[in-house]
Design a protein around this ligand. Structure first.
Ligand code: ADP
Ligand code: MG
Length: 299
């Protein structure tokens, strides 16, 4: 399950909440995010009381393991599988020239991340598999699409050989709607909704199945229709403090309606919540009678 969306919409909190829900339902979960070697802090890891996710999967909570997807880890795993030797792979990767090449080409970075993810997907599909649900906290829009679009792009350049084989294998997992889905997190505001619709289109173009949209931070409307009607002329005539807050629920309803008008995908909403205990509260809100369908084997 790939959790995608524009920066700051709540991908990481939602990923953490979904991991906790799946774990509560008894599934063995691997929670991952795409990181960078230089990251010393991860907002996702914080929801599991850690500063960072470990480089190799480690238990974080009952039923939940976590690992960061790093270009270099994946490149090493790939070289190891091709060269059939970890020692030679590590020696190759310690060559400055090769490292420069691998970090300069954007596709090499993505290939690394892709291969690491593929390794976990394989483990998941294998007999006595370690994981039943794998969640990926994806980077913001553009980077997410370069990852989901990687197989098509590279297969055109390199149609044969070990890289092509892993790309095809990865496509087999990621592009099968029975096995995988991307979910788009957004906010009920104009630009985020527009970007969400573009992202759905982009994901579809890269053949990534989209499970649905989660509209996060939907504001509660404290007013009745009659109260709104009475307040509206006053608000319009005066630059009241709070005029924007007054309009927010209306804007939110309008944007959710626009989303519904432009996509047939399932749409879920989650409210604006207090900062304190946010993830636990999201778990409560999302794990209700009509839960978000966790892909691969259902609830
Ligand atoms: N439903 C919500 N109610 C209130 N605050 C939220 C909600 N969802 C997310 N936030 C806040 O929004 C900010 C961004 O969330 P985060 O998950 O880090 O976004 P992203 O991973 O998409 O960049 C965080 O400060 C988080 O606490
Ligand atoms: Mg994040």
């Amino acid at each position: 399950m790939l959790i995608t969306g524009k920066g700051g919409v709540g991908r990481s909190v939602v990923t953490a909440a979904l991991a906790k829900i799946a774990a509560k339902r008894g599934r063995r979960v691997l929670v991952t995010e795409i990181g960078d070697e230089s990251d010393d802090y991860s907002p996702l890891a914080r929801h599991f009381a850690r500063a960072r996710l470990p480089k190799q999967p480690e238990p974080m909570e009952p039923n939940i393991e976590g690992a960061v997807l790093l270009a270099r880890t994946g490149q090493e795993m790939f070289l190891k599988s091709v060269l059939r030797s970890g020692t030679i792979a590590r020696a190759a990767l310690s060559s400055d020239a090769l490292r420069r090449l691998l970090s300069a080409g954007p596709s090499f970075r993505e290939m690394g991340v892709f291969f690491q993810l593929l390794t976990y997907l394989r483990e998941k599909r294998g007999a006595g598999s370690a994981y039943e649900t794998i969640l990926v906290d994806m980077p913001a829009t553009g980077h997410a699409l370069s990852l989901t679009g990687l197989p098509e792009l590279l297969l055109r350049l390199v149609p044969k050989g070990p890289i092509a084989d892993s790309l095809r294998e990865g496509q087999g997992y990621l592009n099968d709607p029975k096995l995988a889905a991307a979910w788009v997190v957004t906010l009920p505001e104009t630009l985020p909704v527009s970007e969400c619709l573009e992202l759905i289109e982009g994901l579809t173009k890269t053949k990534m199945p989209v499970g649905g949209v989660l509209v996060n931070r939907v504001p509660a409307d404290p007013f009745t229709e009659a109260e709104r009607a009475a307040l509206l002329p006053l608000i319009e005539q005066n630059a009241w403090l709070g005029a924007e807050q007054f309009q927010k629920p209306l804007l939110s309803r309008r944007e959710i309606a626009r989303l519904r008008a432009n996509t047939a995908l399932p749409i879920f909403t989650t409210p604006e919540l207090p900062h304190e205990g946010l993830v636990d509260e999201l778990v409560r809100v999302l794990d209700v009678a009509k839960p978000m369908p966790l892909p691969v084997g259902g609830a």
